[in-house]
Ligand binder design. Structure first.
Ligand SMILES: Nc1nc2c(c(=O)[nH]1)N[C@H]1C(S)=C(S)[C@@H](COP(=O)(O)O)O[C@H]1N2
Ligand SMILES: [Mo]
Length: 338
């Protein structure tokens, strides 16, 4: 499969428009931006995609500048009626981020203590061009893009979230993996002073929170390093200033507040695998046919919902991204490799 994502130079002026103009224009434009085969794209009038009420955060000037240069050319889920973007208030107040507590509202209440500036990321392991890089230098050479993706948590709820960021493949290519590099391992910050969940002696997780991808998954064009959402920087509770988004996998793969990216030879063991290996695997591809030992994965609650309108929908294979990613797993037993 080849996803032909247009280069900035291929885009017309209408495709690369500052946010403010874009936001007012987007509701009136009908055209479909022509990108390559495979990806379901992109009606710029995607239902309820209006971020004008979203409060702006306070991020450094370089990040604001990158965000205003975003290609507002969303790669979207394919059903704009059903796949409505979650209101910002839901996406930023119903979170899993155990570094700030295990309750869904703990991260929004407590993540204010995280200092995201300055921030640097170590890129090391099987690479020729590793080191410690300021976030700004990681972001600078890449074009920011918007990606409207479904996020499906293994707990059987989901949301549609508009992310901003850069393909992970950009970063990995620049690091120049050696021929031994087969997997990518990610780590979240460890700092109990800033992260109250890491001070709790009852914590399940052996910090840092760790995740991993196979190198071909990491290089896949859908795999995003997000630095923003809803047309602004990431709120801390969503993993500021840098988090992974892998839309065809359960949400726990999408590790937040990343400080280290290591190219490795062996398959990394992720935090949830360590805690309960019979419940959480390395792959964690969304799959309605492979149930979690304690609950079914056949359906999900699409948020926002309510008691009177539970909004239960069928879960899709690979979270609806099968056309793009199924061939990564040709020949792999998805029941054994959950
Ligand atoms: N470091 C870290 N990353 C994490 C988590 C976490 O607890 N710590 N939770 C994961 C889980 S279970 C989910 S569902 C998503 C939630 O992302 P969101 O809060 O932005 O919706 O983040 C993932 N990334
Ligand atoms: Mo999750």
């Amino acid at each position: 499969m080849l996803i032909n994502i247009a280069k900035p130079s291929d885009l017309t002026e209408a495709d690369v428009t500052p946010e403010s103009i874009y936001l007012s224009r987007r509701r009136f434009m009908g055209g479909v931006v022509g990108l390559g085969a495979g990806l379901t794209l992109s009606n710029p009038t995607h239902a309820n995609a209006d971020y004008s009420d979203v409060p702006q955060g306070d991020s450094p000037a370089w990040l604001k500048e990158k965000i205003s240069g975003t290609e507002w050319r969303a790669i979207t889920p394919d059903d704009p009626d059903k796949d409505k973007i979650a209101p910002y208030d839901d996406a930023s107040n119903y979170n899993n981020f155990y570094e700030f507590g295990t309750g869904k509202t703990d991260p929004a209440r407590r993540a204010g203590s995280l200092r995201t500036e300055p921030w640097s990321v170590v890129i090391d392991g099987e690479v020729n061009n590793g080191g410690r890089f300021a976030l700004e230098d990681i972001a600078k050479p890449s074009q920011f893009e918007e990606r409207i993706y479904r996020l499906r948590c293994v707990e059987a709820w989901s949301m549609v979230i508009p992310w901003l960021g850069i393909p992970l493949a950009d970063i990995i290519q620049r690091a120049e993996p050696t021929s031994k590099a087969k997997y990518v391992r990610f780590e979240t910050l460890v700092d109990p002073e800033q992260m109250p969940g890491q001070r709790s002696s009852f914590s399940l997780i052996d910090w840092p929170y760790v995740e991993g991808l196979r190198l071909d998954e990491a290089m896949h064009p859908l795999t995003l390093l997000a630095m923003g959402m809803y047309g602004r920087e990431l709120p801390n509770q969503n993993g500021a200033p840098l988090r992974l988004v892998v839309p065809w996998k359960y949400g726990f793969k999408s590790i937040k507040s990343i400080v280290r990216i290591t190219l490795v030879e062996e398959q990394p063991v992720n935090s949830w695998q360590l805690i309960a290996p019979n419940e959480y695997g390395f792959y964690a591809n969304v799959n309605p046919e492979v149930d979690h030992p304690r609950w079914s994965q056949a359906t999900e609650r699409r948020l926002p919902n309510s008691l009177f309108s539970p909004n239960t929908i069928d879960t899709l294979m690979f979270n609806g991204y099968a056309d793009e990613v199924a061939e990564l797993y040709a020949g792999l037993d998805l029941k054994a490799n959950y």
